[in-house]
Write a protein that binds this ligand. Sequence first.
Ligand SMILES: [Zn+2]
Ligand SMILES: [Zn+2]
Length: 367
Amino acid sequence: MQGLVYYLDKPGGTFAARQESIPELAPGEVRLRTARTSVCQSDVVIYKQGLPRIKSWPAIVLHEACCYVDAVGDGVESFRPGDLVGLGCDIPCGKDACIYCGEHGTGDWTSCPNTQATGHEFPGFARTYAVLPKWFVERGPIVKFPPGFDASQACQLEPLACCLEGMTRVNRCIENRIVVLIGAGSQSTYALQCAQAMQARKIILINRGQQRLDRVIRDFGDERVVGLRWDERVVENVKRECQPFNEPHFVMVNAPCREAYELAPQLMGYGTVLDGHAGVKGAGGKPRIAHEVDLNNDIHYRLQCYHATHGSSMHGIRLAQQFLSEGRLPKIDLMTNPSERFNHVDIQRAVERAAESDSLKVIVDWE
Ligand SMILES: [Zn+2]
Ligand SMILES: [Zn+2]
């Protein structure tokens, strides 16, 4: 049996399709037929400049995927041919004895020194078929959707899972609270919809570019949502919008830049939770971004919380599966307009479209 695999030859390179034979299934393995992939901004970074985590080229990218189960190996009971499954990006290291990823582990894969991810150390889903090893099937981030569920939504499981990890690591910071989202890209647009679903009191979206801010407010706004330009008056404007509170309750950094980490602490007040959600990487590695915190006055007396999440574990994956299959993000399809839908033969154009400043979520169809 043959499948089509798209290889990106090098950073800044091109995609080329190859026919490859699909190996026979060993016991415990599952063969998947890719249905949809969505394009992450990290795919854009890999496409343009590579990523230290990708050690061998050519590479198979794309980690936001949903697939149909095509066949199962002996002994697989939890999946059947025809099941629609969504996949996470961060995956166990594959070692049974690992205290993070293994049989008796905590499931905190991103803390494992041998952490790996699909589209990075593990081949991505820019291919028509994939065979998952037994450890992935048994302990990895793979969840079923209800029969007939829309594949274009299921493929967004992973980015939504990362977003929900950030919004649920600290209890009771969204419900009935004021939420500030820095940046108006896809993570903030998921966060906006999740905050609506979780009954936030008010959601303030901050962005530098007017075009994308307008798109997100137009398509996802309601009476609780306010869009603010990120200019020199942004701190006072946010605080004015928080009235009668003096400060927001949750600030999520969804712009992967130093300026966002310099803005966020200025919004901290009584009981504010800061989620450093987007990491900052540059050509010179991960820069240090310092901020002084008074452990007594800020943390103890003002109950401030500085936290972050990185990728997603089963907690976020299960939550995202629930939010999607229960229809709690009823406007999610608006994240992808006709100019953001591609067939796999146009994979290169799809990644280039995702790089454009007005784009929210590009989806590639593999059927
Ligand atoms: Zn992603
Ligand atoms: Zn491990």
